[in-house]
Each structure stands twice: as C-alpha cells, then as structure tokens.
Design a protein around this ligand. Sequence first.
Ligand code: APR
Ligand code: PHB
Length: 400
Amino acid sequence: MTVTPGPPPARTTVGIVGAGPAGLLLARLLHLAGVDCVVLESRSRGYVERRQRAGILEQGTVDALRAAGAGERLDREGMPHDGVELRWGGRRHRVDFPSLTGGRRVWVYAQTEVVKDLVALQLNEGPPLLFDSPVSAVTGAGTGRPLVRYTRGGREHTLACDWVVGCDGFHGVTRRGVPDGALSTFERTYPYSWLGVLADVAPSHHELVYAHSPRGFALLSMRSPAVSRLYLQVPDGTDPSAWTDGRIWDELDARLAVDGDWSLARGPITQRSVLPMRSVVTEPMRWGRVLLAGDAAHIVPPTGAKGLNLAASDVVVLARAFGQLARTGSTAGLDAYSDTCLRRVWRAEHFSWFMTTTLHTAPGQSAFDTRLQLSQLERIAASPHAAAELAENYAGGPVG
Ligand code: APR
Ligand code: PHB
C-alpha cells in the first residue's frame, strides 16, 4: 500500500497529470533539476504497473532512463537487440541496425518495468506521486496560475500551479483545459486492430519478427527469455475471449511460416487484449501555461514501436526547458517546445504509418495494393539504402 504522508500539496511549480511513462519520467527529470512538481494519477499503483503496453526502447530512451537514475534493472534485465526480421511469402529478411545506423540498437524492456522502476524511485525520493487521484479539470490555462482540480479520498482538492503538463494519455482531461478551437487534431484510423497475448514460452526467434501474410499481419516479440509477446491483426471489434488458445497459435503459425527449418513453440497464454490502430496528432503541444506530452499529444499505431519513445523524447525536451527557466528565467525552451517535438512526432507518425500499411492486409485490399506491399518488402531486402531507411527510423535518433 502506497501512502503519501501528510495532506496533499496545495501548490507546485509544475502540475503533472498522469503517471504513465511520460508523467513519471518528467517528474524524475524535474526532481533532479530541482524543479518542484506533483504527479496526480487517477488509477492505483497496481493498475498502472500491470498495464500491458509496449516493449521496445530506443537507445535514446535508454540513455534518458539511465540519466534519470532508472537504468539499473534495465541494464541488468533489458535485452539489447541489433535487428528485426521481416517475413513475407515464405521469405525472411533480417534488417541489421548497427551496420546501417552507425552503431545504434534497440532494447527489449517492457513498459510495465519502466513504470515500476520510475514509480519506486519517485515514492522513495519524491516528488509527490498521488495515486487514486483523478483530475476532473484543468482551468486557467491562459493565466499565470493554472489550477488542477482533483479528487482524493472522496474529497475535492485544488492544486495551484505555475505550469500544468498533461501526461494523461489519449483519453485524458488536460486537453479540455485549452479553449475550443485553439488545438488542431490530425488523425487517421486503420481498419483493423491487434490481438496481443503474453505466453509462458521462450520466444521462437532471438529478435522481433514482423510478418506480412494474406491472412493478416503477425508480430513475434518478447518480454524475457521465458516469456513471449505476440500479436495478430484482427478485425476491429474483435472480442479477445472469442479466440481459443489453439486458434491463436494456429493463426500465428500460419502467418509467421517461412520456407525452411523454423517452428513456433507454444505455451500457456496468460494475458490477452485487443488494441485499436490509430494515428492522432494534436497541435500545438502547448497553449499558455498548459503543455501536452506523450499520448496526451499524439498516438501512433504500435507497428513502429514508437509510442513510449516519443513520450520519453517529449519529456526530455520539456525537462530541459523547465531547467532553463529555473536557472535563467528564459522561456525560450518552453516557447520552442511544441515545434521541437512535433518534428520528431511527425517523423514517427510517418514511419508508423509506413510499417502499418506495408505489413497489414486491410479488409478488401486489392491485389494491386498487395503487389505494392510485396514490392516494398523486396526493395528493403535488395537495397541497403531502403533497409537503412527502416533501420534509422526504427532505432531512432538521440532523444530530446
Ligand atoms: N487524472 C489523472 N490521471 C489520468 C487521467 C486523469 N483525468 N486520465 C488519464 N490519467 C492517467 C492514466 O491512468 C495513465 O496512467 O494518465 C496516464 C497516461 O499514461 P499513458 O496512457 O501510458 O501515456 P504516456 O505516459 O504518454 O505513455 C505513452 O503508453 O499508451 C502507451 O503506447 C503508449 O507506449 C506509449 C506510452
Ligand atoms: C511489444 O513487444 O509489445 C512490441 C514490440 C514491437 C512493436 C509493437 C509492440 O512494434
């Protein structure tokens, strides 16, 4: 049981809404920079730490977590990966990252573990992290003293802030604190979803496998040497309980199949969920004294493994800007925050769209479109330039 001693704080410099990766990493970086902040999270600690999400960290995100003092278990348990494998029509092609990106790689370390590491640090060292404290409204975005209204222990509270950062995800409330018409939303939805499962079985390949198949997309990922994380493209609205374990494994077998000697090991499925595929960007990522970071500002389809890494990049930029303000009084970093982050956001949106539309077979997709996809995959296998474009985008650049 996490108990925050004493009455909740009534004011702070930076009010942070949401204790996902964005809110937690921002709080940690601000704490290390000596900037006062408070994190308000609607859910319980247990819920936040159990929520199954992404699993791939770019090198820049790993560097940021290490710099935040949250890299010790990551370095011990995280799995560095130097490439991914693409599969189509029985073929397989490995894209190597270091040779195509000047040495960059990615790390497999679940978002749940990143969250646990950051929560433990914050509860031990501060700043205040209030679970079970849903924010109902953010007001005064255009004033010098925005207010965050939240409920805790059945009572209404108000946190007076100099700044508010919405790290409250796609369904958060912070965006609603900005006047109507001040924000523009750009979005694309994809006509399919992912059925994701956790299975107690060693991964059947040592790196991630992205498979194009006329039956639909499949992804082989992992959480540890003993736990597999696997995904299947399914129709929107799929009920995860409608798929038996056997049907899931049979479908994964069919979609991941390659010519030659390879087989998919099976094991008990311990968790399953269906997630939609969508791209959303909110511009600008700042209005007055309210700023947005992570999923509160942008959503990517998971095919490019960008969501967690974009969240980390946003808050590295933001923490640097708040540090500049604290040291020099300059708001230059804060003034440039939105434009700085949106350049990376749109690059990640394009890459995620590319990976999604190249690898998925949309309902009613024409044979012509399928040939285009296969031509693109053949191009990546044949051209180091095309492979480098994928590798550079997947492995990412320096964060922030
Ligand atoms: N009040 C307080 N907390 C809230 C509120 C609210 N009104 N609304 C949402 N939250 C909390 C959620 O419970 C969640 O813990 O905000 C947090 C948002 O966390 P994420 O959705 O994980 O978003 P973010 O921190 O930006 O991380 C992005 O998470 O969703 C994945 O794929 C995404 O990997 C990416 C990462
Ligand atoms: C995951 O391991 O959850 C994962 C990995 C790569 C992706 C998406 C999800 O592109």
